[in-house]
Each structure stands twice: as structure tokens, then as C-alpha cells.
Design a protein around this ligand. Structure first.
Ligand code: SAH
Length: 215
């Protein structure tokens, strides 16, 4: 993998000080975060900041999420190696890479074609083959791949799009930022048969989920 000793060191420090220190304990997840070269997913001009405790611009008005938020959302999904995962909002592809290394397959949906193309290139660069990127409105999910053991929306929505709830497997977990355009609550939903149990997981700030069942 193309990286400097400095980038390697910064990434180990990112995981200890920003993620483990804030209470993320899942050791499979921490190992994956120590491994995936986040700087590959960050545009050249921001690459020197790739391991800082912050979201960064990736072009087209979109962002790569803060590392801790990626870790928190992933931890809430409690992924098993056999899980099938749906992500809405591919963005840089970094979150999709993390999901791909923890689950069996990932379908990640992005509405902006040029953003999706860059993400695919990044995923190819790190050699991931179980992550498929689709260009479409993700608010209606992707029924041909359903049901999903885990669904993650990485853009903020006024309410959870009903098709995503339908496409969630029994005992599945869904995580989405729900609320206004500027501030949302990270919500975890667990499906148990026809019951959907909802848990608030803290305030977050995401770009808007734009589509039929979003903004
Ligand atoms: N998970 C990303 C961060 C995503 S930013 C990462 O790891 O970098 C949110 C992304 O959601 C943006 O790229 C935006 O274009 C996309 N998006 C917004 N609305 C969407 C929709 N309806 N369907 C698919 N993607 C959407």
C-alpha cells in the first residue's frame, strides 16, 4: 500500500486518541480502522489532514465523515462476517471500505455520478471486491439485494425512508441521522419481526439526504 511511515503513525494515533479513547471497544472494528488508509479517500489538497478529528470536503459540496462518527455508526451496526449491508451515501467510499472489511457484501448507493466514480476508484485502489457502488436515489433502497442485515444512511433525513425499513432483515440494524438540515439525531433501529425498536445515539451533523423519501 502506498503510504508514508508518517501516515501509518498518524492513523494508529487517530484510532487510539479519537476512537478507542471515546469508548469504541469492538476489536475487529479497531483493527480495520488501523488498517484502511483514510488518506486515499481524501482529495489531494486535504490529504495532509486525513487523520485529523474532523470531516473533510470531497468535492461537489459533499464530505467524508469524521473518523469517530464512522466508527460509532459502524459499531452500532454490530456487523458479523456473514452480513449483507446497504449504505446510502457512498461519498468518498471510506465508510463503504470499513463496512466491506467487516461484512460479507456491501451495496453502497450514491446519487452524484462523479462522486460515485471516485469512490469506486478508491475502493479498487485498496483492493476491495465485495463492495458494489450504484448510482441512483438511495432513499428507496435497493430491493433486488434485500433483505439487508444492516443498513446505514450517511446523509441526514427528516425521517427514515420507509423502503429502508421494509428492506431490513428480521433482527437487522439500521442507523441513520434523523432531523433537520443542520443538526440530526443519530438513530439506531432494530427490527424484531414487525416491531422496530428505536434508540437515540447522540447529535450529529450530516449533509442532506436528497431524494424521494428524503429532502
Ligand atoms: N459515507 C461517506 C460520507 C457520505 S456524505 C464517506 O464515508 O465518505 C453523504 C453522501 O450522500 C454524499 O456523497 C451525497 O451525494 C450522498 N447522497 C445524498 N442523498 C442521496 C441519495 N438520495 N441517494 C444516494 N446518495 C445520496
Amino acid at each position: 500500500m502506498d503510504e508514508t511511515a508518517e501516515q501509518h503513525r498518524e492513523r494508529q494515533e487517530m484510532v487510539s486518541t479519537q476512537i478507542a479513547a471515546r469508548g469504541i471497544t469492538d476489536s475487529r472494528l479497531l483493527t480495520v480502522l488501523r488498517t484502511v488508509p483514510r488518506h486515499i479517500f481524501v482529495p489531494e489538497e486535504w490529504r495532509h489532514q486525513a487523520y485529523l478529528d474532523t470531516p473533510l470536503p470531497i468535492g461537489e459540496g459533499q464530505t467524508i465523515s469524521q473518523p469517530y462518527i464512522v466508527a460509532l455508526m459502524t459499531a452500532l451496526l454490530e456487523l458479523k462476517p456473514t452480513d449483507r449491508v446497504l449504505e446510502i451515501g457512498t461519498g468518498s467510499g471510506y465508510q463503504a471500505a470499513i463496512l466491506g472489511l467487516l461484512a460479507e457484501t456491501v451495496i453502497s448507493i450514491e446519487r452524484i455520478p462523479v462522486v460515485a466514480a471516485r469512490a469506486e476508484e478508491h475502493l479498487r485502489q485498496i483492493g476491495l471486491t465485495n463492495v458494489e457502488v450504484l448510482v441512483k436515489d438511495g432513499t428507496d433502497g435497493y430491493s433486488p439485494g434485500a433483505p439487508y442485515d444492516a443498513i446505514l444512511a450517511t446523509a441526514g433525513t427528516p425521517s427514515v425512508p420507509p423502503p429502508l425499513l421494509e428492506q431490513l432483515a428480521d433482527h437487522g440494524r439500521l442507523v441513520a441521522p434523523v432531523g433537520g438540515q443542520d443538526l440530526q439525531e443519530l438513530v439506531l433501529i432494530r427490527r424484531e419481526g414487525d416491531r422496530y425498536e428505536e434508540y437515540p445515539e447522540g447529535a450529529v451533523r450530516f449533509v442532506p439526504l436528497i431524494g424521494e423519501h428524503g429532502w
